[in-house]
Ligand binder design. Structure first.
Ligand SMILES: [Zn+2]
Length: 306
């Protein structure tokens, strides 16, 4: 017997693959649900939703006066966003399963609305509250398969989804196309060449000042094999392409290209900023916290070979 599955869809790469996976069993009834919270890039996401997707206007729902510095969503912030969306979807649709695109590499302790502790607690409360109506549970299909973004994209390529992947919108900027300056654009720029795909960016993600700190930190984590913040799932998205772009250079030498006054200044700023303790949001993780402090004087020192 098929299942009734709600896919929490963002129009992005992961959601596009999740949608396909949910429909692999043709007996399943699959509903794509999108929540529009009024962010700048919602128009790009909505353009990539599957036909018949249910779009819910949540623009009234943003938390008052709360914003994460440097977050590409600016002042739009919903504490516990995934919990809210999963709960709304559970109560509205009473499906068998709600699929959420949590990825290996992102389900760390601070991601309190998309880690395994959250999953356990969410399903605990749903199974109690909705017990008169049936059994609804939240599922992390990618985590069940032990997939990070690279594995998701690889599976998509192996299943003929290249065009859909390239059409998907993951960029966190309101401008047309792929900005090249956000953390998600950088991740795609790291993953796609590994799978013989390429897409264009408005700015080269490897030299964009906004991405230098993230690249720097990923290299440091790789050199130290430090999984505490960027585990192997996050590093393998970026490092192989970075090394390919700098053939002949050691990782230490590449690190020096990303270590400069701008990077160090950002580190100092970050250290002075009080630690954020609020829950993270899907694809809004720490990658974005430094993006507003870019130094326009930082010279692009890196040549990029696609
Ligand atoms: Zn972008």
């Amino acid at each position: 017997m098929g299942k009734k599955i709600v896919v929490l869809h963002s129009g992005g790469l992961d959601s596009t693959v999740m949608w396909r996976l949910a429909k692999e069993d043709i007996r399943n009834e699959v509903i794509a649900v999108y929540f529009d919270i009024g962010h700048d890039y919602a128009w790009k996401e909505k353009a990539q939703l599957p036909p018949g997707a249910h779009i819910h206007d949540m623009t009234w729902f943003k938390a008052e006066g709360k914003g994460k510095a440097g977050n590409a969503m600016n002042n739009i912030f919903i504490p516990g966003r995934n919990m809210m969306f999963a709960t709304i979807a559970a109560c509205k649709y009473l499906p068998d399963e709600i699929w959420m695109g949590a990825l290996m590499g992102e389900i760390h302790d601070q991601a309190t609305d998309k880690n395994l502790e959250y999953l356990h607690r969410q399903n605990d409360i749903l199974s109690y509250v909705l017990s008169p109506f049936g059994k609804v549970k939240v599922v992390f299909p990618f985590v069940e398969r032990q997939w990070g973004k690279l594995q998701v994209t690889r599976w998509a390529c192996q299943n003929g989804m290249q065009q859909e992947i390239l059409a998907s919108s993951s960029c966190m900027s309101g401008e047309a196309g792929n900005c090249g300056r956000c953390g998600v654009c950088l991740r795609r720029a790291g993953i796609f060449p590994q799978l013989n795909m390429e897409e264009s960016y408005n700015v080269d993600p490897w030299t964009a000042p906004e991405n230098r700190k993230l690249i720097h930190d990923l290299i440091v984590a790789e050199i130290n094999q430090d999984d505490s913040h960027y585990d192997r799932f996050r590093r393998e998205e970026i490092i192989p392409t970075l090394i390919r772009n700098h053939s002949g250079k050691s990782l230490q030498e590449i690190l020096e290209l990303y270590t400069d006054g701008a990077t160090q200044a950002k580190e100092e700023v970050l250290q002075e900023t009080p630690q954020e303790s609020g829950p993270n949001q899907t694809e809004m993780n720490q990658d974005q916290t430094s993006t507003s402090t870019h130094n326009p004087d930082a010279p692009p020192q890196v040549t990029h070979v696609v």
